[in-house]
Design a protein around this ligand. Structure first.
Ligand SMILES: [Zn+2]
Length: 339
């Protein structure tokens, strides 16, 4: 065995010597080799995209598509058009420099999910689409479940944003908190607390991006070297987060307005917005972007209206969204217009 190995080694060195004689390495070759090494090192420097076009994909997740727990019928066609925009950018001269994807991300016992609550009458959870007002909690019509356990070592409510705070033992008066929370929602005037079907539970299939969009994004990454920039929203189980920029009622620093996210979007020369749902998360994310985007630069934003749909029976909210865009000088376009 050992003799065979030594034999192979001798043959290898003889071949190398013959090769060097036939193709001697000149000083020029050496210089080229060294400079190539230098160039390849320089080209491996990872960069951040400056300017360019950003496609912001809001909650393009399976639970909002047919087969999901909060499905929107036409979302599949929207996803198909989103996929086409991404694929076209790889084949034609159009370019998408950044893909930013928000992900609705909930716990099962989230404040807007049924099992967080019990009826005062029969201890049953509310059916989806029940509205719970601050008055309903004060009168005992609905009550938060009494055995809710909060994550250990992680104050979901912190700072001076809420009167309700954890006590020294790390407990929270949940009834008092829920009254304060729903009152703050009502005061804001956008929504009352709406109970949704459980959706986008972290780790479940419904939380995943819809398959065709995910595949197009993967291809975009492979071809361009760009990484998808993910923004998680809704993980704090004690507040709702339709907008990817802030919670409906900010109850901690992590659920307050995300200025860093806005700043990163503002780097774009062109910002296209797509996703679900037009009546809710797209609507309120866009509002929160526009609110802090300079008026003179709003022409950089374009909402692609055939890549989004309202939650069934919330069509009026989608109309209000379109009116908001018009009133605030934000353009709308169609998938085919993305050039
Ligand atoms: Zn949600």
């Amino acid at each position: 065995m050992h003799t065979v190995f030594v034999g192979h080694l001798i043959i290898f060195y003889i071949q190398q010597i013959l090769h060097e004689r036939r193709f001697p390495v000149s000083n020029l070759d050496l210089a080229t080799r060294l400079s190539c090494t230098y160039i390849s090192r320089a080209m491996a420097t990872a960069s951040q995209v400056k300017g360019g076009t950003t496609l912001l994909l809001i909650d393009v997740q399976k639970d909002f598509h047919p087969g999901g727990s909060l499905a929107i019928d036409s979302a599949s066609e929207d996803a198909e058009r989103i996929t086409n925009i991404i694929r076209r950018s790889l084949k034609e001269s159009t370019s998408i420099d950044r893909l930013v994807a928000t992900m609705d991300s909930h716990h099962k016992l989230h404040i807007a999910h049924p099992k967080f609550w019990l009826s005062g009458a029969d201890n049953e959870p509310p059916p989806p689409f029940t509205i719970i007002s601050s008055r309903d909690i004060k009168t005992g019509k609905w009550k938060p479940r009494p055995n809710l356990k909060l994550p250990v070592g992680k104050d979901l409510v912190n700072g001076s944003l809420m009167n309700s705070q954890y006590d020294k033992e790390g407990n929270l008066d949940l009834v008092q908190y829920c009254i304060e929370y729903t009152s703050a929602l009502e005061k804001k005037g956008r929504f009352q607390l709406c109970i949704w079907p459980e959706h986008c539970l972290i780790g479940t299939e419904g939380h995943q991006l819809v398959t065709n969009v995910q595949e197009a994004m993967d291809e975009w990454s492979d071809v361009t070297g760009g990484n998808i920039e993910f923004i998680m929203k809704g993980e704090n189980l004690l507040t709702e987060m339709y907008s990817a920029l802030q919670a409906e009622v900010p109850i901690s620093s992590a659920t307050s307005y995300n200025q860093n996210f806005l700043n990163s979007l503002r780097q774009s020369e062109r910002l296209y917005i797509v996703g679900q749902a037009m009546s809710h998360c797209v609507h309120y994310t866009t509002r929160d972007i526009v609110a802090k985007w300079p008026k003179s630069e709003r022409h950089k934003i374009c909402v692609i209206t055939d890549c989004m749909s309202p939650v069934p029976s919330f069509e009026k909210d989608a109309e209000k969204f379109l009116q908001f865009l018009k009133d605030n000088g934000v353009k709308t376009c169609l998938a085919a217009d993305v050039k």
